[in-house]
Design a protein around this ligand. Sequence first.
Ligand code: NAD
Length: 335
Amino acid sequence: MGSRIYVTGMAGFLGSHLAEALLAAGHTVRGCDNLLGGEPANVPPGAELDLLDCADVAGMKAATAGTDVLFHCAATAYEGLSVFSPAFVCQNVFQASVATFTAAIDNGVRRIVLCSSMARYGAGAPPFREDTPAAPVDPYGVAKLAAEDVLRTLSRLHGFEYTIAVPHNIYGPRQRYDDPYRNVAAIMANRLLQGLPAIVYGDGRQRRCFTYVDDAVVCLVRMATSARVVGEVVNIGPDDEFVEVRQLAEMLGELTGCREPPLRHAPRPGEVHAANCDADKARRLLGFEPRTPLRAGLARLVEHIRARGPRPFRYDLPIEIDTPALPDTWRHRLI
Ligand SMILES: NC(=O)c1ccc[n+]([C@@H]2O[C@H](COP(=O)([O-])OP(=O)(O)OC[C@H]3O[C@@H](n4cnc5c(N)ncnc54)[C@H](O)[C@@H]3O)[C@@H](O)[C@H]2O)c1
């Protein structure tokens, strides 16, 4: 028999795909979102959406009553922006997480799966393994790691199971593409489909690994029930198909039929040359097996943006610290 599963951030990218896969696996799915990033059109039929902020403990207690497994996906996942808007990011990454755990634990939840981030590892040498000491270097990473620590601490006393997923660079349909602060592939595709050149920072030789959403979600679904991941941190992302950011721009140029040379910009503060995880543990514990080649996944992303229509970029998030370090692309709204 399926479990009753609650997914926070369900109108977002990962949350909506996860809800869909959990429904397909026979679970009952309910979830919430405050629509800071997501949109109701993303929520799959059959899942019940509460319009609710995770920081609202009373609201979350009412919403998560009877929940067996909680997936906490809600976040303002803005690593680059977090050094300029730390209060905003920490509110929705740390405070909202603690409130969500509080509500679910009070309701006797059996398991909590927390979506953390590769930002937890900080600036050390990749590939990051789960036993690499966590040393975040920006407020987003600090807030994610602090949320993990609170979860561990509460689990020790209250006895529920927890597991921590560390997805990285996931992409695919339903990802917000009118957001100038994150999601490099979606930003590039949205610009190209509007006839604008893709933007790359520096020489564009930064190397990245991307995970197609379906390949990541298979692992997340297993995290709802697998006994092998209790108390574990597990990276979810490929470690074998690297691409330089400028090659990504070229690939998307081909897929959109717009072959304008990319615009180049000075590197942003904190821009890292290479960042990727080691996925051995996910292979071992969750049978992780990426099946979607990058070009095929990007084609589906482009198809999705074409279907919804390219959109102007929305600069609707607060910039709390405005110093000369703020990148020109954001200050002058160049994206
Ligand atoms: N997509 C990735 O590559 C990636 C990589 C690493 C980690 N993650 C983590 O996975 C999770 C999902 O990321 P995503 O890419 O789907 O982002 P997303 O922005 O598409 O989804 C997050 C959702 O959370 C909602 N939200 C934000 N603050 C909220 C709050 N206080 N209360 C209720 N809802 C709130 C947003 O409206 C949004 O719909 C996040 O925790 C993120 O940190 C994602």
